[in-house]
Design a protein around this ligand. Structure first.
Ligand code: ATP
Length: 365
């Protein structure tokens, strides 16, 4: 069991409130990703859990035990940083054994733990080498091994992959997910990379300016962002946004932008009625703009748009589209090959639109 619980946790650095009244429970064996832009308070949160930063207000519990005043050594959590700082004059084996010797574990137990961790990480053949004789990815694995042998209650990762090149990052991302399946331990993973957050975690916590914006499974956050910030932060290409007004005519209600007029379903109208907002921001993801008929199309509205730029990515193509002064990005199959200047009838999947309150950012649907 290793459940982590943060209760009304805040951190002030002088006038700067780095973390504001955070409430979060990380379940035993959960892989939780903290994600958000630079300066949003992710690292500070992690450091407070590790005991490397004092908590200004609130409480942190591990398995129900209050740990606010425990020293980092006694919290039984392992932190893996981006900068893995291995001892250059020691072999890989010695690097992994160092912390265990200091804890006075016996020699056989140390060997057993290192062999097991090296096996899990696929670094058995590297144990006699020095860190300088390893690649970046191998060094990162050793840093992981060093924390695994400690058998901590939880692992705290602070952007562990950001120093690696793009290809290695993709590989290590998958390896870390596999490792989590094998170790079955609680992991808190900090990143500013929303792709890591989407692909690795059981749940993700999106933060901005010290505040939790949304907590949920990656798909849930992607499909149902709670507010404008989350909608704009999660997803690539980013969600399209256009200012719009709600207009009712006879039986129908539309969202009307400078160049578009899109009918809402009765269910959408019902939800909006309770909100009493008529100036909004329309949000729609690139994959919900269709250049061709698609299964599930329920007679959705079509908007004539001009293709400004075509970006073929091999596996799919992004289209930079315009309608009057409004621009959007669409995502189409690689087989669809329009040219810039073409006029297309773009189908809007109205079941997937979002409407946000521009003042509060709240998702109104
Ligand atoms: P990054 O992705 O850039 O590491 P982050 O989300 O991890 O960002 P934090 O490092 O937690 O953000 O910082 C949160 C806020 O607290 C920032 O405004 C930062 O400038 C401030 N901050 C962090 N550490 C200190 C410190 N020791 N003294 C003063 N301010 C600090």
């Amino acid at each position: 069991m290793s459940e982590l619980k943060l209760q009304n946790v805040s951190k002030f650095f002088g006038d700067v409130q780095a973390v504001s009244n955070m409430n979060l429970t990380i379940a035993d064996k959960e892989f939780l990703v903290l994600v958000g832009p630079s300066g949003c308070g992710k690292t500070t949160t992690l450091r407070m859990i590790a005991g490397l930063e004092e908590i200004s207000k609130g409480d942190i519990f591990i398995d129900g035990k209050l740990i606010n005043d425990l020293s980092p050594r006694h919290r039984n959590v392992a932190v893996v940083f981006q900068n893995y700082a291995l001892y250059p004059h020691m072999s890989i084996y010695e690097n992994m054994a160092y912390g265990l010797r200091r804890r006075k574990l016996d020699k056989d137990e140390i060997k057993r733990r290192i062999d097991e961790a090296a096996n899990v990480l696929g670094i058995t053949s590297l144990l006699k080498r020095r860190p300088t004789q390893l690649s970046g990815g191998q060094q990162q694995r050793v840093a992981l091994g060093r924390s695994i042998v400690r058998q901590p209650a939880a692992f705290l990762f602070d952007e562990p992959l950001s120093a690696l090149d793009a290809k290695l990052r993709v590989q290590m991302r998958a390896e870390l997910s596999k490792l989590h399946d094998r170790l079955q331990s609680t992991i808190v993973y900090v990143t500013h990379d929303q792709v890591e957050a989407m692909t690795m975690g059981d749940r993700m916590v999106v933060m901005n300016e010290g505040l939790i914006q949304q907590v949920g499974a990656p798909k849930e956050v992607y499909n149902h962002p709670d507010n404008l910030f989350v909608a704009s932060f999660v997803g690539s290409p980013p969600m399209n946004f256009v200012d719009c007004t709600l207009i009712s005519e006879a039986e129908n209600t539309y969202v009307v932008t400078e160049s578009m007029r899109l009918p809402l379903s009765p269910a959408q109208v019902d939800k909006l009625k309770q909100k009493n907002v008529d100036q909004m921001v329309l949000g729609i993801r690139a994959e919900d703009l269709h250049a061709e008929p698609f299964p599930g199309d329920q007679g959705f509205p079509k908007v004539e748009m001009i293709v400004e730029v075509v970006e073929p990515l091999g596996f799919e193509t992004h289209l930079f589209l315009s309608s009057g002064s409004e621009s959007m990005i669409g995502r189409v199959s690689a087989n669809f090959e329009p040219h810039s200047g073409d006029k297309l009838e773009i189908l809007f999947n109205m079941n997937k639109i979002h409407l946000f309150d521009p003042k509060t950012g709240e998702n109104l649907l």
